[in-house]
Design a protein around this ligand. Sequence first.
Ligand SMILES: Nc1ncnc2c1ncn2[C@@H]1O[C@H](COP(=O)(O)OP(=O)(O)O)[C@@H](O)[C@H]1O
Ligand SMILES: [Mg+2]
Length: 627
Amino acid sequence: MTGISQQPGDMRGAPGWDGSTDDPAVRADLAGRLHQAQGPDPGAPPAGPGEAVGLVIGTVPATPLQFSVGVAQGQYLQLDDVVVTSRELPGTARIQLAGVVTGIEAVQEGARFASDVFLVQQGALPAEVCEVAEVTVTRVEPEVYVPPLPGAPVARATGRQRETALYFDEMGSAKVPIGFGRDGQPVFVNFEFLDGTRGAHVSISGVSGIATKTSFATFLLHSITNCGVLAGEAHNTKALIFSVKGEDLLFLDYANSRLTDAARARYKDLDLPAQPFGNVRVFAPPRRGDPAGTPDVTARDRAVSPFYWTLAELCGQELLPFVFADAEDERAQYTMLIGQVAARLRRDGTAVGGDGAVKIGGVDPANDRIVRTFADLVDLLEAELGDDTLRGGWVGAAATGSVNAFLRRLRSAVRPLSAVIRGDLSHRGERSITTSRAQVTVIDLHNLPDRAQRFVVGVTLQGELARKERQGTARPLMFVMLDELNKYAPREGDSPIKQILLDVAERGRSLGVILIGAQQTASEVERRILANCSIRVAGRLDAAEAERPEYGYLPPAQRQRATLAKPGTMFVAQPDIPVPLAVDFPFPAWATRPSEKGVWSGHDPGPAAPADPFATIPGADADPPPF
Ligand SMILES: Nc1ncnc2c1ncn2[C@@H]1O[C@H](COP(=O)(O)OP(=O)(O)O)[C@@H](O)[C@H]1O
Ligand SMILES: [Mg+2]
């Protein structure tokens, strides 16, 4: 992996190392130089409080971007350690080269065969153990790209040197804490790569259940809203979270009863409150068979609203294409028909009453009735399109085969979509997803079938994008968290939702819509979306997945380590820093499952008041008074 392991012969054959390491004079010299590096001598690099740990070696070429360090006896370096060395040049200030340990290995020099280790042990063969660390340079200051010279002392970077090595000194007021490095010190991301200034969007990959993707995404949101980077906009910045799997995102405003004092202290060290989210509203689909449209959630009873779309909205806003958003629809011949039917529904659909039912104008008298459910609408379309004489009014001269395929696909949508497309509910409070009522809006999709989930994600994102576009300013920002990005924006094929996600990825930066996407496998996500993510994060990766080119941003040692990463360990790559940083983030301070539910710390302003108090009487509008 390191240069050394590829050239073991070079290493052993190198003059000055082979057999000479037990030379007391060399040892004394090394120790002396290390001492010098630690000492107060003004001429001894590197400057600062760092502790010298070794010397740049000469058996592997040192370059301005990478060098290797022989670790001094009694010292050690580990992966991710931040180190610094320097070089004196005539006529300029001393060059400081800082970097991160990206590989390390121990070899027995002088040993040629595996069995030599026993001879060395018995003292029958002279050999020395040498540890060599590979350092990837992160920063050269001032910017003169010269290699460090073999023999130059290397120290651990601490304090200001570490800040400089990792560019934290340049982040100014854009520092968002994301956890701790291996050295236990805070690690930051540059908010300018999140808020659209220089970049936007986050992609998080990793194995389900252990990679802690969802936890990291919510921790990032927590940090952004509490660390001060949003300044005066903190209260108006919104998050829209799609909860696709399970219930883990429904308790963001409940304290985590498993949070220990030690974990609490970790929040303090990052200058963040160890608190749950304070202002959360959950939207859930209506309960099946409940005419009042009560939201279908068992796990929480506070700050919950139902959501669904009325048939009038389906027609008026041309939402039909989102009914056809599956992979199965991509290559189908009926894409044109969807648009034609949607356009006619918009033109000829009129709302009836206040429950969202519709009547479609210009249809055959036999089919002319009030459409109250999605199934009614599909019945009507089947009757109209199934009749050769009526079909032309909808889809012109389309081929019968395509029409039949379209109708079959439409029919199969009835079951999954009936819960969220309605014209039969008298509920007059809130029934539309809105991000205006809370700072964090969670849309609970986990009880919905796949096809309905796609419909909801597509329609909601389209609406929010349009709203931000009308608003005309990127600020305050809106964060959109979406799990299973591979399902909504797969690499292959096309769909209306994928188009919208591409739109978010490509224009979100200027619109102020920031995507935080998570997926088990980045290799299955549309490339253009990944390419637009400035911050890339990997948790525990599957070994085969880690070999994919999508993780090329991880150096080989990190790729391999990602296959072992523990919950809470993430590798975070940001454009500013040439090496991804290994980060441990604190255990969530909010409940991530029902068993962790502690004290509720949200607030519930109650359901939105209906504009017309009489409107709550079921059927009031549909039944006009007889005068
Ligand atoms: N920082 C952490 N340290 C240790 N365990 C954690 C941490 N964050 C989350 N976990 C645990 O890992 C579990 C799974 O995390 P989750 O974020 O749901 O993973 P994923 O979204 O990748 O499936 C959580 O329920 C929690 O108990
Ligand atoms: Mg998850």
